[in-house]
Design a binder for this molecule. Structure first.
Ligand SMILES: [Zn+2]
Ligand SMILES: [Zn+2]
Length: 255
């Protein structure tokens, strides 16, 4: 199983894009602007989106991905997320105003975009593994994802503030090899991190006791243009027993 980072940043700019990870060829975790880097042939192979939450930097490219599947013979795409997140997609993204309502087109019984409810602890079957929804604590309802492959497992926090339940859950996964955690704010902005349901390095550090020595901890959702400055502070703040690095577009992880 191969996980490829397509977009990992909190915003846009040359060389950076918002959150989207490709799992093998058929599954996306989130559908931010990073997905736009895939060639059309690969976009057409995507069958499902595992969505963390309703913010545009994570779901904003779902309508364009749906366009790649409209008027084709295939089954379209299925978006998995919590009921609150799917309700937000229905009310705002597929309201028929911002974009055609692909959740009811071409036929409400067989639409190009299907919305499937999932709650924390539930699992989606993938071709070569599983995806399980993990708890998160964001400013809107959110989840993380645990992707379990034949050899290793990968966990992604999604957007979140401090969420001990996420870290307790991943520390129990024996095959866990890689964790991607968001850090959106510098330590001096920890009050804003808390206000908007995000993390700074000093807010994340106390949550990592359950991770074994040498675990790879990737950092995502950095502020475009501030990556170097933020990573210097993050490395100085997080435990040195972990392998801490920024995850950038193009990074591959074998599971
Ligand atoms: Zn968010
Ligand atoms: Zn975000």
């Amino acid at each position: 199983m191969l996980l490829t980072a397509l977009g990992t940043a909190a915003g846009i700019g040359r060389g950076v894009a918002t959150t989207s990870f490709l799992v093998d060829e058929t599954t996306l975790i989130d559908c931010g602007s990073g997905v736009g880097s895939l060639p059309v042939e690969q976009l057409e192979k995507i069958e499902r989106v595992l969505l963390t939450h309703s913010h545009l930097d994570h779901c904003g490219f779902i309508p364009f991905l749906a366009d790649c599947h409209a008027y084709r013979d295939g089954p379209g795409i299925t978006v998995y997320s919590q009921p609150e997140t799917l309700a937000a997609l229905r009310a705002h993204l597929f309201s028929g105003v911002l974009w055609p309502d692909y959740t009811r087109l071409p036929d409400p019984a067989k639409p190009w975009v299907r919305l499937e409810e999932i709650t924390v602890g539930e699992t989606v079957q993938l071709e070569n593994g599983t995806a399980t929804a993990l708890p998160a604590a964001h400013s809107v309802p959110g989840i993380g994802w645990l992707i379990t492959g034949p050899k290793n497992a990968f966990a992604f926090t999604g957007d979140t503030g401090p969420c001990p339940a996420f870290w307790n859950a991943v520390s129990r996964v024996a095959t866990l090899s890689d964790v991607v955690s968001e850090i959106s704010y510098r330590n001096k902005d920890s009050a804003n991190a808390e206000r908007f349901g995000h993390l700074s390095a000093e807010k994340l550090a106390p949550l990592l006791d359950g991770l074994p020595d040498g675990m790879r901890l990737w950092i995502s959702h950095l502020e475009p243009g501030r990556e170097t400055e933020m990573m210097a502070e993050i490395r100085a703040t997080l435990p040195s027993r972990l392998k801490v690095d920024a995850i950038l577009s193009g990074q591959e992880i074998v599971l």
